[in-house]
Structures are given as C-alpha cells and as structure tokens.
Design a protein around this ligand. Structure first.
Ligand SMILES: [Zn+2]
Length: 110
C-alpha cells in the first residue's frame, strides 16, 4: 500500500477525495462541508432564538400566535440574516423585520 493512498480519504458528506494536507473533521467530513454544517447549525439556533423573540412581540402587542407564524418566522429569519449584523443581531432587528412583514402584507392588499 502506498503512503499516498493511506493518507487519502473521502469526505463522507460531499464524497470529494481529500489529500493528506486537507483538514479532517469529526465524522470524516472535509473543511468545506464542516463550515457549511456549522452554518446550518447556527441558522437553526438563530431561528429558534427569533422564534422566542417573535412570541414575546405577540405577547407585548396582545395577540395570539398567528396561524401563519411559520411564514412570519421565515420572513423575519431571511430579513434579519440579510440586513442585520450576522453575529450581533438582537430583538430590535426581529421587531423591525416583523414590521417589514406587516408592511409587505399591506402592500399586497393594495
Ligand atoms: Zn465535503
């Protein structure tokens, strides 16, 4: 068995063959895939946090959770990701995104 073959491995996520100098990550995945998975995980965390903030907003303005809450959450998530600081976003950004969602609905009705 050649040394080169011993050191080569395939990423279990994207299947790309990796050389001995490529970075290995837990689960036999490459650096690129690891970054992507980290981002997905972060997105999930952020979405959970935004979910809680939205429910606080509903509470504050005295409405029950709307039946289209999931749709609102998705809008808020995309809006905050696009416009706010990716790390330091806060409930104010969620409130602004929620306001934009309401405005967007009003425009649709015109
Ligand atoms: Zn990969």
């Amino acid at each position: 068995m050649s040394k080169i073959n011993q050191n080569r491995w395939d990423c279990t996520n994207c299947g790309v063959n990796q050389g001995p100098n490529d970075i290995w990550h837990e689960g036999d995945i490459c650096g690129t895939c690891s970054d992507e998975l980290d981002e997905l995980e972060q997105d999930e965390e952020d979405k959970k946090e935004m979910n809680g903030m939205l429910i606080t907003i509903y509470d504050r303005i005295g409405i029950d959770e709307p039946s289209n809450h999931e749709q609102i959450l998705q809008y808020v998530f995309v809006d905050v990701k696009e416009t706010a600081d990716p790390v330091d976003w806060h409930d104010g950004d969620v409130a602004i995104a929620f306001r934009r969602w309401i405005e967007a609905q009003a425009k649709q009705d015109e």
